[in-house]
Design a binder for this molecule. Structure first.
Ligand code: TYD
Ligand code: MG
Length: 445
């Protein structure tokens, strides 16, 4: 059997190791992403110094809070001092804007901070800082794309932002900036140097939708925490999601908005969903989705349309196709709505994605509502998981979901029987058939 040492090739997209070069990664299926791994620099040979675990003071984990409470939430209070943090995201989503806000705030709170710009000119950085009101006398900037130049000054600072890891390189290693080898080498060197000097390193990393660039996946095991800034460039809402955090909660999300003067906290991400909603339309169902540890109002949309001639199309944007296909089966079986000659298109409005099982009942309601061309009452909503025997199951975060629905004026909602949380105008149901009946979506109505 081949060991890990024989696996001298790595996929830039998913980080999988391979024994031979391949045109296409057998793990993630991406093309032209395999690169040969080069030897990393030799170890220093210094002996490790051990500490008695009980002597280590866990409360000493000091954090660097940011100016945005939603960023602090996603980062469990802000980056830990001396840790290495990666912020990933698609180009243009707002990584530099976020990092500059963090750097400016850290420097204003007295931490000597350096912003390394390997992509943009001083002028571009200054223009962004002006727009955001982020100029600060304690914040230094340097334009360089060379690793050695960064390492030479890193120890002089309490916090260093590297924008971005794809643009940084070490000419001695060979290969282009942005290759897996350069990314791993630079990240490792920054991490080691930051740990030695107690500097907090914030590394920005680009990822594309198809994952074809080396991004957080390759860096994940090298660093202490990984966050991804998500959203659509055409829209102002952003979410900062935690993928890994050695010093905090993993399932946390911060809701942000990209405004005229940088990123701001988004106090009510559900409100935008209501603004754009066509109330009274068949196929539209409001629900509360679990995002991080909070609930957030979202609209589930379905379009069920006859297609008697071809094989029916199924498209589930942002939703798990496995779950949706099971729900189609449940509807056929328990609600007597035949869908085999219908195309079914589904999405979460606003381009969101979720595999929250608590969306099941809303997905089912949206499909039936569109199939029967019967809208849900405008002030009604629903949440709950569906089981294969047609039962409605309790879901996590019921109290938060109910509160979120009621806060947005959904006085009436259908939810699993026996669940907790505010009761308000709750109708408790045990089966899919009962739920559809309660929503006025039963065939017999
Ligand atoms: P940027 O932070 O440069 O993205 P990234 O570093 O992830 O590539 O920001 C990208 C977009 O954000 C850019 O198109 C302009 C916009 N933007 C605003 O809308 N408001 C602002 O205050 C700033 C600084 C940028
Ligand atoms: Mg940028």
């Amino acid at each position: 059997m081949k060991g890990r040492n024989d696996q001298k090739f790595v996929c830039a997209a998913c980080g999988a190791r391979h024994a031979t070069w391949l045109g296409r990664c057998g793990i993630c299926g991406d093309w032209n992403t395999i690169e040969a791994l080069r030897d990393q620099p030799a170890a220093s040979g210094k002996a490790a110094v051990a500490t008695v675990l009980s002597d280590v003071d866990a409360s000493k984990v000091a954090r660097i809070p940011t100016s945005l409470s939603e960023v602090d939430r996603a980062m469990s209070g802000g980056p830990v001092r001396g840790s290495t943090v990666v912020i990933g995201g698609e180009p243009g989503i707002g990584k530099s804007t976020l990092a500059l806000a963090m750097a400016a705030h850290a420097s204003r709170s007295g931490l000597r901070t350096l912003y390394v710009s390997a992509e943009e000119s001083e002028g571009q950085l200054a223009e962004r800082a002006r727009r955001m009101g982020a100029a600060s006398s304690g914040l230094d900037v340097v334009m360089t794309a060379e690793l050695a130049a960064v390492l030479a000054v890193l120890g002089d600072y309490g916090m260093v932002v590297v924008d971005s890891i794809q643009a940084l390189s070490d000419p001695e290693l060979g290969g282009q900036a942005g290759s897996v080898n350069q990314i791993r080498h630079c990240a490792q060197a920054l991490n080691v140097s930051a740990k030695e000097s107690g500097t907090t390193a914030v590394i920005l990393s680009h990822v594309t939708k198809d994952g074809s660039l080396a991004g957080p996946k390759v860096l994940e095991h090298l660093v202490d925490a990984v966050f991804v800034l998500e959203g659509e460039r055409s829209d102002e809402s952003r979410a900062l999601r935690c993928l890994k955090n050695r010093f905090g909660k993993v399932s946390e999300v911060g809701f942000l908005r990209m405004g005229e003067s940088g990123l701001q906290d988004e106090p009510d991400p559900g409100a935008a969903q209501l603004d754009d909603r066509l109330a009274g339309a068949a196929g539209s169902v409001m629900t509360a989705m679990r995002d991080g540890t909070r609930a957030r109002l979202v609209e589930i949309q379905a379009l069920v349309t006859p297609n008697p001639r071809e094989a029916p199309k199924r498209q589930f944007l942002g939703l798990s196709s496995q779950r949706c296909n099971v729900i189609l089966g449940l509807i056929e079986h328990f609600a007597a709505v035949k869908l085999d000659r219908f195309d079914v298109f589904m999405s979460i409005a606003g381009g969101h994605a979720s595999d929250d099982p608590g969306l099941d009942l809303a997905i089912a309601a949206a499909i039936v509502s569109s199939a029967l061309q019967r809208p849900m009452p405008a002030d009604a909503a629903v949440f709950g998981e569906l089981g294969l025997t047609g039962e409605v199951r309790k879901v996590r975060g019921e109290a938060e979901r109910s509160a979120e629905l009621m806060r947005h004026g959904f006085g009436r909602f259908v939810a699993p029987a026996g669940g907790d949380g505010p009761q308000g105008g709750r109708t408790s149901v045990r089966t899919l058939a009962e739920a559809l009946q309660a929503m006025g979506l039963s065939r017999r109505h």
